[in-house]
Ligand binder design. Sequence first.
Ligand code: IMP
Length: 428
Amino acid sequence: MSNVVIVGTQWGDEGKGKIVDLLSEFADIVVRFQGGNNAGHTMVVNGKQFISHLVPSGILQKKICLIGNGVVVDPAVLLEEIDYLNSKGIDIGPEKLRISEKAHIIMPYHKQVDLAREKMNGDKKIGTTGRGIGPSYEDKATRRGIRFVELLDSEVFSERVDIILKEKNFYLKNYLSSDTLDFNEIIDLYKNYSKKLAPYITNISIVIDEAIKAGKQILFEGAQGTHLDIDHGTYPYVTSSNTVSGNACCGAGIGPKEITGVIGIVKAYTTRVGQGPFPAELFDATGDKIQKNGAEFGATTGRKRRCGWLDTVMLRNSVRLNGLTGLAVTKLDVLGGIKSLNICTGYEYDGSIIHDFPANLKVLAACKPIYETMLGWSEDISSIRKIEGLPQNTRNYLSRIEELIKTPVNIVSVGPGRDETIVINNPF
Ligand code: IMP
């Protein structure tokens, strides 16, 4: 029996959706454990593209999908996504999708505060997705959040909104110079959400526990990436939850002894959306080529992603923080046609060489990448399904990653489609 966690190792957008979709075939249940609809998971099956923001990527494999207590859920977005998937012929009733009663709800003031704050901060902004994720986690920590269990009780829900909204409206009007929100409108809107979502809401921890006892296999789907983790990422240019594998336990309600493997998704190069330092960032024609060939636009916001070389200082950090047991290298095909490829192996800072990812952002911003250069390949690798079939230079690139971060490559993705994959070692 295997229970596997999948996490991003960089700054998100590593292609987790595709790998989760692929590996879901071997799982009985797929669980999202953190983040919210700031995530955008793209899956391509039989040439058809699907994007999900909240529903776990296991839905296309017709698996039971759970949204854990660690996720913050915008009910409007979830209902839209349920309709979208249903319209694509994917059955997503309460027998397929369950939401934790302890998951926190994104309220209209969360989105409004997120957007108004970013506007006020000007060039000091975080570059958030504007979905209200940060303000929602903030309220969770300050005990001003509202969970699904409260949404189901209309009296408690109204009481909570009444108290919280007074403070939010004061802040919106007097500090953020933004519009205020109407109590009755919120109550009516959320009453409707409550009615529609009630059949989906349950105790996820019990569902997972019973499944594990029955010998079922669970896949835990992370969102964002290790360097966007609230504790371990490039703070404050991070998201508001723990994106590392340890949070799979907390955000789903299970103990760590159940986890049997942790797969880190590594994009063959590095990208980042939003603000914050990025030592191996490219500002030249190669960066533009990668951005174009990799269609590096955010699945949630449509923003152009910043592109750079693969950075193994970051990856070593990820191996340690997540306890990675294997890697899935994605978008390897995108590097095709680039004559020589750089891999960042360390940083130069103030005359010395740094091998560990610094916490101080001023230091990180001043770090100069130290590169090792490898020969690229010009062949189209997207139709290759066996590791032995890859060009020698491509195999050298993969082997060097393994050596530099001391973790085996289990899966290689050579195109967006589910089948455009080389599985060397299946973690299930
Ligand atoms: P927030 O999560 O909307 O608060 O945004 C905080 C930071 O995390 C910003 O830099 C976002 O661009 C980034 N971010 C949030 N979600 C994702 C994601 O799914 N992929 C990549 N970056 C993300």
